[in-house]
Design a protein around this ligand. Structure first.
Ligand SMILES: [Cu+2]
Length: 274
């Protein structure tokens, strides 16, 4: 004759445990996948931050990406480890705001002076878009009474330690990467008086003076696509991928302001002297 060890160990928890998890493995699986989607969205934001978004002229844009990343990692882990409704509600709020910001930044409304066009940067934009929409739907699905596990359990000690530890880890990695990246050698680009390098979301130099008849060359060394578009429409490049160049010969004296067609906050000017 055998007695279940669970009944002896947790006599008061038996019904509760069975209702919340043991007889509903799909609920736990759903919650874990939702949490992983939230984590993945956060990782893409952290990757973009280190790949160059921290250099965007308004530092709040980069900071918002880092904050989104750390917040998503923390809430994603919380959703995986905890059944509490509040974790899923907070994660839902964060993912919904991320999607709102994504949409706003592509509808002409600049966020911290920064806007994007369509599904750039590629492939991060399409990856986050799909992941975050999936995450949102999965989080909603966990609330459905038939498959969701909405019960509030006592905090598990492991979870209580794990969440702040992972958040701390993310911040430390961020600080380390930020400090070590300054040692990264810049791409070797021979800079002539008529050469502009596109790097770290900026034109360098962003103002240059050249005599009439000079051919100015713009070279993109960023890991993101940029373009060169004259404000007066005189010239305009296709999106330049990493390493790609665009050249234009200035035949008429004057001042030619230009911007990046993908990120209009990036601006510069060529002054053509007679
Ligand atoms: Cu750009």
């Amino acid at each position: 004759m055998h007695t279940s060890p669970d009944l002896i160990a947790h006599p008061a928890d038996t019904d509760f445990g069975a209702q919340a998890g043991q007889h509903h493995p799909p609920a736990t699986l759903l919650r874990c996948v939702a949490g992983l989607a939230v984590i993945a969205g956060g990782l893409v934001h952290i990757q973009l931050y280190f790949a160059g978004y921290r250099f965007i002229s308004n530092p709040n844009l980069g900071r918002s990406f880092l904050l989104n990343g750390v917040g998503s990692l923390t809430l994603g882990v919380a959703v995986v480890l905890r059944r509490d409704l509040i974790c899923r509600a907070a994660a839902f709020g964060l993912v919904a705001s991320t999607l709102a910001a994504f949409t706003a930044s592509r509808s002409g409304r600049a966020i911290f002076g920064f806007s994007e066009h369509g599904l750039t940067p590629s492939p991060q934009a399409i990856i986050t878009l799909l992941i975050e929409i999936a995450g949102l739907m999965l989080l909603v699905a966990t609330l459905l009474p038939r498959i969701g596990a909405g019960a509030n359990l006592q905090p598990r000690p492991g979870a209580v330690v794990m969440v702040p530890t992972l958040a701390l880890w993310a911040v430390l990695v961020a600080l380390w990467a930020n400090g070590s990246s300054s040692a990264t050698p810049a791409a070797v680009t021979p800079l002539g008086p008529s050469a502009v390098t596109i790097e770290s979301f900026a034109f360098g130099p962003n103002a240059l003076s050249v005599p009439t008849g000079t051919t100015v060359t713009w070279t993109n060394v960023d890991p993101f696509s940029h373009s060169v578009v004259a404000r007066n429409g005189d010239f305009g490049s296709e999106p330049l991928t990493t390493g790609a160049s665009f050249a234009f010969t200035f035949a008429t004296p004057g001042t030619y302001p230009f911007i990046c067609g993908i990120h209009p906050s990036m601006a510069g000017a060529v002054v053509v002297t007679p």
